[in-house]
Design a protein around this ligand. Structure first.
Ligand code: ADP
Ligand code: MG
Length: 432
């Protein structure tokens, strides 16, 4: 009997507020004080609209009056671009700031939802603002250079210096937001890292809850509640999954192991934030591919890029890169994927070169990005697959160091009906 119960309920997102301390709740409610500030910025936006049309009208008048040469037009257009860029900056602060610091606007699924809003946080916002300011200051500088004969040398010098300062500060901010976002990624050193996910209100995804505090009913912790980041469909299509599978349709009752709670925890995707690996081991039909795909789909929905292929396919891909003398570039390009799935390691043994290359893939991603590997045989038998005990051991060493190794114990789900029928047949025979 399939027991769909364990993985099919979703988290009531409001539940977390019920146990919030009243004082904390009151403090938290003061964020609404900020709301009028954003509406004030909307008024400022209106000022820019007025300014834009004012400038545009002046330009048209000049052109019609025949007083505008090419430089003049270019300067006027640059001024218009400048105004638009500042207006863009404003809308970014208004929407992004309101969404981050006051309240969710609920644009998810809206046709015009800006791409950046799905992963906005104060770090992202700072970097976006800094790059917008660099853009604006470039336009200013360009204006000065176009009109270089009328710009005092002093202004030019300062303009250039200030522009450089903006670039430097944007670069520093961008650099800091990278390591900062991944800082503490090693749970063993800094405690679990909970990556920011929009809509994440339960704060309970850190995987540290001991068994004693776990709820009786297992709830799949979808990162970001029910929220699906923009572009999820594109990422799912690009990942190359052989079929679309979901954790919610995985019948944990079919298996003796693992504990459904393990799958629930993996579904929270903390391992991706921590750049750790997952290894699914088990006989044919125990659901290894299903689980690997389901986690991959979730990662896509949480805004991560994922790439799926079987072990022989990865071997071939890496061999092609090596033959073209661009293995290093290929491995670096794969860093763009937060999660790579290597399915079916073991059915087809690697040739010597593929084994080496696969080791390099695992070693390159070690503590850098996540892998999910599925195999029909335990680590102890990977030497058969790699054809070389040394390479196999070195690979397992790096793969399993920061990994959840999940052994799926049970019969094949594909042939479960046959087994049930066979058992029923025996029972019938015994009764007769
Ligand atoms: P494996 O990769 O371990 O050989 P698959 O993941 O390909 O097995 O599973 C075979 C088929 O059975 C797939 O269609 C999969 O969706 C389904 N399946 C396997 N295990 C389960 C399960 N526990 N609950 C629901 N479907 C399952
Ligand atoms: Mg499979």
């Amino acid at each position: 009997m399939p027991s769909e119960v364990p993985l099919s309920r979703s988290v009531p997102s409001a539940s977390s507020t019920s146990h919030m301390a009243p004082l904390g709740y009151a403090l938290f409610a003061t964020r609404w004080l900020q709301a009028p500030l954003y509406f004030g910025l909307v008024a400022a936006q209106g000022v820019y609209v007025f300014k834009f049309f004012n400038e545009l009208w002046k330009l048209i008048e000049h052109v019609l009056g025949g007083q505008a040469d090419e430089t003049h037009v270019m300067l006027a257009v640059l001024k218009l671009v400048d105004v638009v860029m500042i207006a863009n900056l404003l809308i970014m602060v208004i929407v992004g700031g309101y969404e981050t610091f006051v309240s969710r606007i609920g644009l998810q699924g809206h046709r015009d939802q800006p791409e950046w809003l799905s992963h906005v946080n104060s770090n992202v916002l700072k970097v976006k603002l800094a790059t917008a300011i660099v853009g604006i200051s470039s336009v200013h500088l360009l204006q000065m250079f176009v009109d270089v004969h009328h710009t005092p040398e002093h202004d030019l010098l300062w303009g250039t210096l200030i522009h450089m300062a903006f670039i430097a500060s944007a670069a520093i901010l961008a650099y800091m937001s990278g390591p900062m976002a991944s800082h503490g990624a090693r749970p063993h050193e800094h405690g679990p890292h909970v990556p920011y996910e929009p809509g994440d209100q339960d704060g309970g995804r850190d995987g540290r809850r001991g068994p004693a505090t776990l709820p009786a009913v297992v709830v799949p912790r979808q990162p970001g509640g029910d929220h699906v980041a923009a572009g999820a469909e594109e990422r799912i299509a690009a990942a190359g999954f052989p079929a679309r599978k979901r954790l919610e349709t995985f019948d944990t009752g079919h298996l003796r192991a693992p504990d459904p709670l393990v799958l629930d925890r993996l579904g929270g995707l903390d391992f991706v934030g921590r750049r750790e690996n997952v290894v699914f081991l088990g006989g044919p039909g125990t659901g290894k591919t299903h689980l690997a795909v389901a986690l991959g789909v979730r990662a896509c929905e949480a805004g991560r890029r994922v790439l799926f292929a079987t072990a022989p396919e990865w071997g071939a891909r890496l061999r092609r890169a090596k033959a073209a003398d661009r293995l290093a570039e290929e491995l670096a390009a794969l860093d763009a994927y937060a999660l790579i799935v290597v399915d079916e390691l073991g059915y087809v043994p690697f040739d010597a070169e593929s084994a080496q290359l696969f080791f390099q893939l695992v070693s390159h991603r070690y503590e850098r990005a996540s892998l999910i590997v599925t195999s029909d045989r335990p680590f102890g038998r990977w030497a058969e697959v790699f054809g070389d005990a040394g390479v196999a051991t070195a690979t397992v060493d790096r793969l399993a160091h920061h990994a959840e190794v999940v052994t799926l114990e049970g019969g094949s789900y594909r042939t479960r009906r046959l087994e049930e029928a066979a058992v029923a047949g025996w029972a019938d025979a015994a009764v007769r």
